[in-house]
Design a protein around this ligand. Structure first.
Ligand code: GLA
Length: 709
């Protein structure tokens, strides 16, 4: 229990101070690290605001959970009531606990409305990520309806004027958009029942000068795979706030006596080194605190996935051929995608019937798995457990097992309904089926898909149920993981519609996007990379004619884009000519050589011009790095600019080597970059002067390997 009315938490580069002198905790300071003996009272005096004419004569703070009872007139952090009563919650702090130097638990209650509140806030010292939750408890017999309980509300200085948030769609997820804050509220609401393609629950608040490399910026992410509401509000008096929480449907959470609702976790981060500081902090946090140690210690095997190679055209003959080809080019894991189970000859039927289709696999999956494992690869299997097709044995037996709203017509998406996970018998059936497959076969990996939004989310009790559905999903995956601790799981939802820290706690890899178009992938992967490290980012070499965009891209570009994630292939290898097979083998070999660096290094993004993508991955010791430059096309001059090698040690000396492609795509081929071979350059000149890039054809790439001499 602390005796001062302030909570002070320090990380390696940031500090956070909560002011608990009022009725509720409020963010007093969050930013650049302050000294250990900082006097919070001093900040409090400096922060004192004048009261404007005609305004409330008392200062209404932006508390961690501003309420109607406090008279807060911006976005409140809590909306509850008991049949229209108890809506004006006004809590008083009862206790401030600091179990350790990095964590505070603040307990408050409102004796009048009979509700209690618990805020937990943790500043992880190495990454500086701040994790916060808010819990609301019903302290009386009468039911309490919770309509909204934000994870936290952070008062933020208005100097962070730019809101960088996400847009997107299927096959073009994680698109960043920068806008100026305005007086009023920037709101993103997601009612898709999954994290969504179009509203990734993350945003940044940046100073106007802030870019990838410099400036101050805050990052925020809600680690939750259901519905969400994110907002940035600038109040009429000039103050600003950020708030995130779970979007609840009417009556979704009704608390009985002593029951509680706990928000998902909001993960915040302050950076003084631009957007790269944000991604480096989140990457470190994911590596050390979200992924398991076991996962971190195992190298990520190169995937071969059957989807774009075969779609539903499964046959032992075609699969055996692919297994041989995949192993020959260097794949380390073979993932059998959609189409292997009963009735599933196209996407009209079969979801729910998790039994092997005997007409295609008369002896089960055993013979195929045997071929895969004896070729030295692991075997992975696609499942979509939350779904059912109306044309399935499961639906015919249990038409009442789906989420639906009584009296309405359930609407299908991709010919499928969502199973009601608030029914115990549904998750038991799914556990039994998947458990049986994992017990019978040598399956190292599940690709866990979820191919539709959840709308009309009514459960068997008539209640809205996205919250219960999401928690039950986590529980089912956890139960399977406990029973099969060596099985790894990928989170996929028609591409990247379920990528968030909530699901990542239960899974190992994210399927980033259904688009394997290398050019589109550059911005998709860039958007994802703000919050997620490369090793969880599923990234595949697709066909030459991209199936989704129709664009034709050569193997050098396709390979270079997949190279910087958890690499894989998803293509019919019989379409490759001999030269492409050689290039593919080279690319996979290179990835194997460099994946320890790609999957542990510090990512730096930077922009040379509007027609290219540039980034580097630098080892922690700064003794080696990879840098990528992709010219996307349309560059109006001959010469691209000087390539600056950000992130190198300025006091060290380095050698530069072009490791990809083997032959640069230049208009008239000469050994244009021979002059850098075997030369030594100081980190200082590489970092400040850079290298003149050669004249490149559109849609071409260069990857440099830089090594300390
Ligand atoms: C989704 C996934 C794809 C593939 C198909 C199978 O679209 O994102 O990768 O697995 O489902 O139906």
């Amino acid at each position: 229990m602390t005796t001062t009315p302030y909570v002070v938490l320090h990380g390696s580069s940031s500090s956070l101070i909560l002011d608990c002198t009022g009725n509720a905790p409020a963010m007093l300071y969050w930013g650049t690290k302050l000294s250990a003996n900082v006097d919070p009272g001093m900040l409090s005096i400096l922060a004192k605001r004048q009261i404007a004419n005609g305004a409330a004569t008392e200062d209404l703070s932006i508390t961690l959970c501003p309420t109607d009872g406090e008279g807060f007139m911006g976005q409140t952090g809590l909306r509850v009531h008991r049949n229209g009563q108890s809506w004006g919650v006004y809590t008083q702090i009862d206790a401030i606990e600091q179990p350790d130097a990095q964590r505070a638990i603040i307990r408050s209650s409102d004796k009048n409305s009979r509700v209690s509140m618990v805020h937990e806030i943790h500043l992880e010292p190495e990454s500086n990520v701040v994790s916060t939750t808010t819990k609301i408890i019903n302290d009386c017999e009468q039911e309490l309806t919770v309509d909204w309980c934000a994870a936290a509300t952070f008062g933020i200085s208005p100097q962070y004027s730019d809101v960088i948030s996400y847009e997107g769609r299927w096959a073009k997820e994680f698109q960043l958009r920068r806008q100026k804050q305005f007086v009023g509220t920037h709101v993103k609401e997601n009612r898709k029942g999954r994290t969504s393609h179009d509203s990734f629950p993350g945003l940044l608040l940046a100073e106007s000068q802030c870019d990838d490399l410099s400036g101050q910026v805050y990052g925020f992410h809600l680690g939750w795979s259901g519905n969400h509401r994110l907002c940035v509000e600038q109040l009429y008096d000039g103050r600003a706030l950020v708030q995130m929480g779970e979007l609840l449907f009417p009556g979704e959470i009704i608390l009985g006596a002593n029951e509680s609702y706990e928000s998902p976790i909001i993960y915040g981060l302050h950076s003084q080194t631009g957007l790269n500081g944000i991604s480096q902090g989140y990457h470190q946090f994911v590596r050390n605190h979200i992924l398991s140690t076991k996962q971190q210690q195992k190298e990520r095997p190169i995937h071969f996935n059957t989807w774009e190679a075969l779609y539903f055209e499964h046959s032992m003959e075609a699969l055996s051929k692919l297994v041989k080809q995949a192993a020959d080019v260097g794949a380390e894991r073979f993932v059998l995608d959609d189409g292997w189970f009963r009735h599933r000859r196209n996407d009209d039927a079969g979801l729910g019937d998790w039994y092997v289709e005997e007409s295609i696999y008369p002896e089960g999956l055993g013979p195929l798995i045997e071929e895969v494992t004896s070729s030295g690869m692991e075997f992975g299997l696609w499942v979509e457990p939350e779904m059912v097709n109306p044309d399935s044995d499961l639906y015919r037996q249990h038409p009442d097992w789906i989420l639906q709203v009584p009296g309405t017509k359930p609407v299908e998406f991709r010919n499928q309904f969502v199973l009601d996970f608030s029914r115990e018998e549904v998750t038991s059936y799914l556990f039994e089926r998947i458990d049986a497959l994992l017990k019978e076969y040598d399956i190292a990996y599940l690709k866990w898909d979820m191919n539709r939004d959840i709308h009309q989310p009514g459960n068997h009790l008539g209640r809205a149920s996205v919250n219960a559905q999401t928690l039950a999903l986590y529980k089912l995956i956890e139960r399977l993981r406990t029973a099969h601790p060596d099985v790894e799981i990928e989170s996929c939802a028609s591409g990247g519609a379920r990528a968030d820290f909530g699901i990542l706690r239960y899974t190992d890899r994210l399927w980033t996007s259904d688009s394997n178009d290398a050019l589109d992938r550059l911005s998709i992967q860039q958007g994802l990379s703000l919050f997620f490290p490369p090793e969880v980012m599923g990234s595949h070499i697709g066909p030459k004619f991209c199936h989704i965009t129709g664009r034709q891209l050569d193997i050098d570009l396709r390979a270079s884009t997949a190279f910087f994630g958890h690499m894989g292939m998803e293509v019919n290898l019989s379409e490759f000519d001999e030269a492409e097979v050689i290039q593919l083998k080279n690319a996979l070999k290179l990835h194997k050589k460099f994946r320890p660096l790609i999957h542990s290094g510090n990512l730096v993004r930077f922009k040379l011009n509007d027609y290219s993508h540039s980034f580097g991955v630098i080892s922690e010791a700064q003794d080696q790095a990879l840098y990528s430059y992709t010219e996307t096309g349309g560059y109006p001059k001959h010469l691209p600019g000087q390539y600056i090698f950000h992130g190198l040690d300025e006091s060290a000396e380095y050698r530069l080597e072009i490791i990809w492609p083997s032959k640069l795509k230049v208009p008239i081929y000469k050994d244009v970059m021979d002059h850098i071979k075997d030369k030594v350059f100081s980190g200082e000149v590489l970092r400040h002067f850079g290298l003149q890039l050669p004249i490149l054809m559109p849609e071409s790439v260069i990857i440099f390997h830089v090594t300390r001499v």
